[in-house]
Design a protein around this ligand. Structure first.
Ligand code: KIV
Ligand code: ZN
Length: 387
């Protein structure tokens, strides 16, 4: 199967999320866990942004051995110099140079004419070439750019030495069909496009980042930029765990493989959530607390008979011991008896009848039934219920 590379930008785009900043030591911890997860590329920061960012990229570049380490740079000599200083000690240095190509960014943010943008892009890639063996070039706001103009910028970046071309959906505006069509356009209109790896980078403003990323893979993109738990600017970036698991579970349709160690996902997600002080919604795909929890009686009964009835992902795939049967007002006797057994209480049929009714009455009143509630319910059937 063809390989698709996973480029993690938790420490750069992810860290731009409000309230999510990490200290030097925490960044190293995250980078080491990303290496255990076996991501291909770690974007460690934006060295020219601040002395702290510079230091973090430098620290990470010294200790990471298996993943490529990269840093972001605007199309400016001073940014490229800072990136080289921060990254020169790493085993596999890569620079990520970008410039915006959409009309609104060029006119209002850069205050540059399109031809100036084109020349600046090529000149900065050429400048970076003297230091870096690998250059990734991004057209910021690619999805809202004029594709004919953007294709000219991409061709000049390739001629100047870029070997990875990233076309972000910077503001999460595209539909999956549009995003795929943008890559098809570039593949058709950029003469040297076959010499480079194409990369996607999706933001989640309309909740379409995962669908857009998968559409890009379908269109032949072979590098995915993502963040753990989908952290990032505004509504965030595409979530690494969703992409990693979707490509694995649906390899029948996507027909590509990542090198991720999927059983490190849960650990990585918890670490990032904890260090960034960014709680994960309970219903978040793959890593939410309820992602493998079943409360409805019919579902619980099915899962107890065969997990495949309601679980398309096995909890062990992402490194969890098992799923959770959550007992609430929708639960059935089967799961209730299992809970009693787990708490060391063997109930007769008659006892199940009695205590199950008491449990249902309680569940009607309380949102969450705790283990203490169960201990009370079972206490008359057993002198001591193990704590
Ligand atoms: O979203 C974006 O366009 C970016 C670029 C800097 C690649 O993060
Ligand atoms: Zn971004």
């Amino acid at each position: 199967m063809e390989k698709v590379e996973i480029y993690d930008t938790t420490l750069r785009d992810g860290e731009q999320s409000p309230g999510c900043s990490l200290n030097e030591h925490e960044k190293v911890q995250v980078a080491q866990q990303l290496e255990r997860l076996n991501v291909d590329v770690i974007e460690a920061g934006f060295p020219a942004a601040s002395p702290d960012d510079f230091k973090a990229v430098q620290n990470i570049s010294k200790i990471i051995k298996n993943s490529t380490v990269t840093g972001l740079a605007r199309s400016k000599k001073s940014d490229i110099d800072a990136a080289w200083e921060a990254l020169k000690q790493t085993a596999n240095p890569r620079i990520h140079v970008f410039i915006a190509t959409s009309q609104v960014h060029m006119a209002y943010k850069l205050r540059m004419k399109p031809e100036e943008v084109l020349e600046t892009a090529a000149a900065s890639v050429r400048y970076a070439r003297q230091f870096f063996p690998q250059i990734e070039f991004s057209c910021e706001d690619a999805s809202r750019s004029d594709y004919a103009f953007m294709s000219r910028v991409v061709q000049s970046a390739i001629e100047a030495g870029a070997s990875i071309i990233n076309l972000p959906d910077t503001v999460g505006y595209c539909s999956p069909q549009e995003y795929a069509a943008m890559f098809q356009y570039v593949k058709k209109h950029v003469p040297d496009i076959d010499k480079v790896r194409l990369s996607c980078h999706c933001h989640n403003d309309l909740g379409m980042a995962t669908a857009n990323t998968l559409a890009a893979v379908d269109a032949g993109v072979r590098q995915i930029e993502c963040t753990v738990n989908g952290v990032g600017e505004r509504a965030g970036n595409v979530a690494l765990e969703e992409i990693g698991v979707a490509l694995h579970i649906r390899k029948d349709i996507y027909k590509v493989a990542t090198q991720l160690k999927l059983d490190e996902i849960s650990k990585t997600s918890k670490l990032v959530s904890h260090l960034m002080n960014s709680p994960i919604a309970a219903n978040k795909a793959v890593v939410g607390a309820n992602a493998f929890a079943h409360e409805a009686g019919i579902h619980q009964d099915g899962v107890l008979k065969n997990p495949k009835t309601y679980e398309i992902i096995s909890p062990s795939l992402i490194g969890l011991d098992s799923g959770r049967l959550v007992l609430g007002k929708h639960s059935g006797r089967h799961a209730f008896r299992k809970k009693a057994n787990e708490m060391g209480v063997r109930l007769t049929e008659e006892q199940v009848d009695q205590s199950f009714q008491a449990f249902k009455n309680l569940a009607d009143k309380k949102k969450k039934i705790t283990d203490d509630d169960f201990r009370t319910l079972f206490s008359k059937y057993r002198k001591t219920v193990a704590r």
